[in-house]
Design a protein around this ligand. Sequence first.
Ligand SMILES: Nc1nc2c(ncn2[C@@H]2O[C@H](COP(=O)(O)OP(=O)(O)OP(=O)(O)O)[C@@H](O)[C@H]2O)c(=O)[nH]1
Ligand SMILES: [Mg+2]
Length: 224
Amino acid sequence: MSNSEQKVTRIVKLEKKVLSKNDEIALRVRNYLNERKIAAINIISSPGSGKTTLLEKTLSKLQDELSISIMVGDQKTDNDARRLSKFKSEVYQINTHNSCHLNAEQVEKNLEKIIRKQTDLFIIENIGNLVCPSSFDLGEDLKVALLSCTEGEDKPIKYPSLFFRAKCVLITKSDLIPHLDWDEQKCREYIKRINNTCQIIKISSKNNEGMDEWYSFLRSILKK
Ligand SMILES: Nc1nc2c(ncn2[C@@H]2O[C@H](COP(=O)(O)OP(=O)(O)OP(=O)(O)O)[C@@H](O)[C@H]2O)c(=O)[nH]1
Ligand SMILES: [Mg+2]
């Protein structure tokens, strides 16, 4: 075996080891949440596609109906947690500094800071990144991918790993569509090419298009 082949083999083995340790912890997180009948989602997208704005809208609509706990990941700043702390939910910000995704250990370590007896729904807003976060199981029931129309139609086929794993894909910022050369049919076709069973909801946090369907989706995954 050549030197470069040996190096690649070592990297693959190391990656497998990191992921299997992460999966073990994610299983503990999943069991902890299941025992308490708490539904959990992991929201993943490119930076700025509208995750926190969606959560602001969601909390403002559902905060009197559901008890919601949120963990937010960003490399730096607590901007998102501050935006979400105006609502009734429990919010905790994790800063990962150099890492581009949250891992299960960070979630497990901080769970008890935000999970309450009455919690119905646990939402993780992952770090803005379309690639790395999708490989790390955090103990959630399902992944939700956001794709804003301003990113173009082809992201699902260029970065398939997230779209392949997502149970629900939200096409965001639909209020901007009239101002863009963006082909909705093509975008939906690309998503379906990667994942034929996910639910696709087109939403706008500005004019509320699709938000009722999103709230129904959240209600449909609750466990108590
Ligand atoms: N027109 C329009 N703008 C939106 C919508 N949703 C979010 N935005 C804007 O998009 C920008 C980024 O929104 P955020 O909610 O901070 O995005 P994010 O995905 O949480 O960003 P990161 O956490 O940094 O990855 C802000 O200026 C929002 O006002 C929408 O539905 N329509
Ligand atoms: Mg955010």
